[in-house]
Design a protein. Sequence first.
Length: 349
Amino acid sequence: MQFSIREISTTIEKLRKLTQVDIQRQWRCQQRDIPLTALENLDTWELAVTNERKHIAWKKGKQILWLGQKLIIPSHLNNYFLADLSLKLSLTWWAESAEIYVNGKLVQTGDLFDCSSRILLTPKAMVGETFLIGIKLVSPVHDWGALVKSWCVYENVDNYQLDPGLLADELEILVEYLAKVETENDLDIERIKYAVNLIDWQSVGEREKFEECLIKVNAEIVKISEKYINSLKLKLLGHAHLDLAWLWDVKETWEVAQRTFESVLNLQQDFPELIFCHSTPALYEWIEINRPDLFNRIKAQVELGKWEFVGGLWVEPELNTVSGESIVRQVLYGQGYFWDKFGHIKPDE
C-alpha cells in the first residue's frame, strides 16, 4: 500500500504545481527601517538569503527587516492557464509585528500569534498584472525572526468550483485518513490510484477540457469519501497558548495577551461561528484591571457562548517539582476567579 500512496502523493504535488508557486527565494531585503516609498527602488535591494530550513531569518531583539517583491501574473503555470482565476498571497512569519503592503497600501498586520495570512490580490487574474509587495517585520526580543513560507495560490473565483489545487487537497485528506485511520483498506487506496490515473495530463494546456477531466476524477474520489470522511463531523475550537513567564519580559506578556484577545474579538465579528477558549485566570484579571473595555467585550462573548474558559489553574505552572498544596491552590484561586466573575466554572454549567 505504501508504494501506491507514494504514487498518489506524486500526483498531488503535480496538481498543486499547476496553481501554486513558491516565491520564498524571490524576496529582496533591507535590514533597517526605511520609508515605504523605498520599495520604488526595489531592484537595488540585495536578494534575501534562505537558511537550511528555507526560512528568511534575521537577528532577535526587535530588529527590523523589510522584504520586497514584484509579482507579475504569468499566462500559465506548467502549461495551466491562469487568466480569470483569483490570486492569493499566502504568508507565514515569526515576528513580533508584521505589516504587509500591496501597491503602497497596508492590507494586513500581525504578530507572533497572528502569524499567517492569505491575502486576496485579485479576484480575477489578468496576464501581466503587477503587484508590488512590501513586508515590514520586527523580530521578537527573545528569538530570531523569520519569514517562514511565502507562496502564491491561484483558485477558481467560485470556491466551490473544482480546480487542481482543490482536488489535490481532497486527495491528500482522503489518503491521510485511509493511511492513518483505516489502515487495512488497500482496496480503497487502489481505487484512488485508479481515479488519479484518469487524469489526462496531455490536456493541461486546454483548461476547460482538463477541468472536465478533473471533475470525473473527483466524482470517483467522492464515492470513496462518502464511505468515510463525509459521514464524520469535525468541530474546531480556537485556542491561544500564552506563557506568562517565557523568553520574554512581563511587559511583552501583557502586550501579547491584549493583541491576542483583540484579534480574536475582531475575527469573531467577521466569522460569527468562531468559538474561542482560553485558560489562565491571571491574564483575565490583568485585563479586567487594566483594560476593562476589553474585559467587558470578552464577558459579552462568554454570555453568548462564543468564548469559553478552560483549565482553571491560576497560571499554567511547573507541575514536576512543586508541592501538591501548590497545585491545589492554583485550582482553588483559578476556579474561584471564574466563579466570581462569570458565575460558573464552565460556560455550560
